[in-house]
Design a protein around this ligand. Sequence first.
Ligand SMILES: O=C(O)[C@H]1NCC[C@@H]1O
Length: 395
Amino acid sequence: MLEFPKWQLHLIPTTMDVFNTLLEQNPATRTIKVVDMHTSGEPTRIVLNGYPHLEGDTLLEMRRCASQKHDDIRQRLMREPRGHTEMYGAILIAETELTRRGEADIGVLFCHNEGYSTMCGHATIALGRFLVDTHDLTIFPRRNMLPHDEATGLTTLRLHAPCGVVHVSVHTDGGHSHPTRPVSFLGVPSFVTARDLEVEIPSSEQWKRLRDVQRSHVKVDISYGGAFYALVSAAELGFPDGVRGDPRTLAEFDDATAALKRVLYPRKELYRHPSEPDLEFLYGVMVVERTAKGEIGLCFFADQQIDRSPCGSCVMARVALAVDQGRLQIGEACDYESIVSLLNDGNGFRGTAIETGPEGVIVKVEGRAFYTGAASFVVEETDMVPNGFAVALPS
Ligand SMILES: O=C(O)[C@H]1NCC[C@@H]1O
């Protein structure tokens, strides 16, 4: 039998007592409750309650309100000491214009080290599990209305993301998700806005951090998968060995993709969305290495955050590009890995081109997510860094 030393048994209740007393004595202390998960290694901090009310008639207006009036909460949850620069968040929004019209079951805002994104595949996969597992109607009021198909064992839900409605399917048994089975989603129409674009890199932006890699021109594709990505092959950037390498290479990729983003970001004509100006910006640069089995990607998004997962929204963008180039047919699938998912076989994402229409390609993305913990975060009134901080190394 396992025996715990006496001090350990005392420590647990004592720690909780201190915490509870803190809350009782400081009614002004805002507590934010979260559940943490990861998808192929990429974290999702799901904000359950404690987040302030967001003004706005639409989810995109609420996204603006979050950014303009409550960015302190994002900073607090994403940055040190409660988070870290590679943290990712999902803020659940029970009511949106589409849930009210019966077109979605719940809404979500995504956030990261710089602000608020418009689509996130890895977080959608994590949310799929969490939203069928939670039976707390204060968190997910429409939980009990989700359709469940006995024959397939799938529970389905419509997630209203800033880019539109994403249809999520989760293998469920007895009201709970299967950790071993993939969650899949059908994304919004994905489309290419530029192919084989020759980008001139001004000398002030050329990268040569750790070895003599210089490029005056780089060929990129621009594709949308709920967010806009620049897709570039590792070889084109000057890395003939692909995206895998030692940590020094990672620093070089950081340098190169940051320079490329600075050049591409102002070119607004490349990020045209058919209906929504709020979606028109470059979110990330994905460096791609093609292999016999599929693709390995290294994605830098937001403020040079590195996606540990193969990046679900960029899988949508890459499938749309592959269909456009004739490399993938409707009905065909491709496997996508990241430098982290590669460490565990089968831990990446699968992207399938489902159908194509006037608005773009509908892509199915499949992957696995796991719970890592739960927390209640507080800020004491006397805390000198209530919204956290980021430590940046000199480049
Ligand atoms: O899987 C995705 O789509 C996301 N992962 C982090 C960056 C993207 O939003």
